[in-house]
Design a protein around this ligand. Structure first.
Ligand SMILES: *Cc1c(COP(=O)(O)O)cnc(C)c1O
Length: 357
């Protein structure tokens, strides 16, 4: 049976990237050695790292005064690296859900944290909009796509203070005006690679301003000076990122992937809005194109386990919602083909035909 991979992360990757990674594991570029058994300090691997950085810069139009790093530790380590490097007195955070809360918790270890706005009053089903950003903040932190609740900023916001964004689950899915951000980070495992590598895009002039001593592994300047090779980087994961970005470039880059992502999201949201059995959980104007969350409509709540079983029998993988929201979540990352979304829609229609009152 054809499987349709809606996993939230780690998640679907382009088949060609997986095939090329499998080949490199057996024989890395004709060297007779596996990608898993070479030094990161070889010319050949440095070329892989440089190509991944160059593709990231090219595809996202990263301005010259920014550096791209590939580090270990996951987005969760960035929750502390960011305040360690940037928080002198006070930082602002927009609280849009679980990941934002975790970032806030870490930042509080380093200084004052002002939660500038929050959508917790409605179980994080929307992106806060009416708030004023204080000008005395060292930075403002946002989470551009809320993987668990299915909400997403639809535009790059304007901030009078340096803007820091966790883009773990929507990086490379749409155009981003990088110049509006001081720092962007995320785990690769949602949209650009496997688990194990974290990307950081940082404008160099914001660094070196805090008075505390920075451990070497925490100090972004140290990683910049060493081209992400201060210690052993996640070699295999970086290789897969390079292959995934090559695929993205080959299909037409960000404009084409944005077109595809918009199309896929429209197909699924249209069905959620049309189908009597289901309702979306996120505010319409803030709906994520990456993580599409929905529940059984009022009166049909009891059917949730049965629908999950039915979807599973049709090859749908990973559509169970996060426990904090319940219901269903279809993650439609870059590599998910339109056919998978259409298969899920067909599944929802068939279920409606046999269960609608
Ligand atoms: C998955 C996710 C994280 C956590 O990433 P790790 O790499 O597991 O630390 C953080 N933020 C967002 C928005 C996520 O989706």
């Amino acid at each position: 049976m054809k499987m349709h991979n809606f996993n939230a992360g780690p998640s679907i990757l382009p088949r060609v990237a997986i095939e090329n990674a499998a080949k490199a594991i057996l024989d890395f570029e004709g060297s007779g050695l596996s990608l898993l058994e070479i030094s990161h300090r070889t010319k050949d691997f440095e070329a892989v790292n440089d190509e991944a950085v160059a593709l990231m810069k090219e595809l996202l139009n990263v301005p010259d005064n920014y550096k791209v790093l590939f580090l270990g530790g996951g987005a969760s380590t960035q929750f502390l690296d960011v305040p360690y490097n940037l928080l002198e007195k006070k930082a602002g955070y927009i609280n849009t859900g679980v990941w934002a809360k975790k970032a806030i918790k870490e930042a509080k270890l380093f200084g004052e944290v002002e939660v500038v706005a929050s959508s917790e009053d409605k179980n994080f089903s929307y992106i806060p909009k009416d708030y004023t950003i204080p000008t005395d903040l060292d930075y403002l932190h946002i989470t551009t796509n809320n993987t668990i609740y299915g909400t997403e900023y639809q535009t790059d916001i304007d901030s009078p203070v340096p803007l820091v964004a966790d883009m773990s689950s929507d990086i490379m899915s749409r155009p981003v005006d990088v110049s509006k951000y001081a720092l962007i980070y995320g785990g690769a495992q949602k949209n650009i690679g496997p688990a194990g590598v974290t990307f950081v895009i940082v404008r160099e002039d914001i660094l070196g301003k805090v008075s505390r001593a920075l451990p070497s592994m925490i100090d972004y300047r140290n990683h910049i000076a060493n081209n992400s090779m201060f210690n052993t980087p996640p070699v295999f994961a970086i290789y897969v990122v390079k292959e995934t970005l090559k695929w993205l470039k080959s299909i037409g880059g960000i404009p084409e992937i944005e077109r595809r992502n918009k199309e896929k999201a429209a197909i699924l949201y249209n069905e959620i809005d049309r189908n009597k059995l289901f309702v979306g959980t996120a505010a319409k104007e803030d709906r994520s194109r990456m993580n599409i969350c929905f529940v059984m409509a009022p009166g049909y709540e009891d059917l949730a386990p049965e629908f999950l079983e039915f979807a599973k029998s049709k090859g749908m993988v990973g559509v169970k919602g996060h426990r904090l929201v319940g219901g269903f979540r279809a993650s439609c990352y870059n590599a998910l083909p339109k056919e998978s979304v259409e298969a899920l829609v067909a599944c929802m229609q068939e279920f409606e035909a046999s269960h609608a009152k």
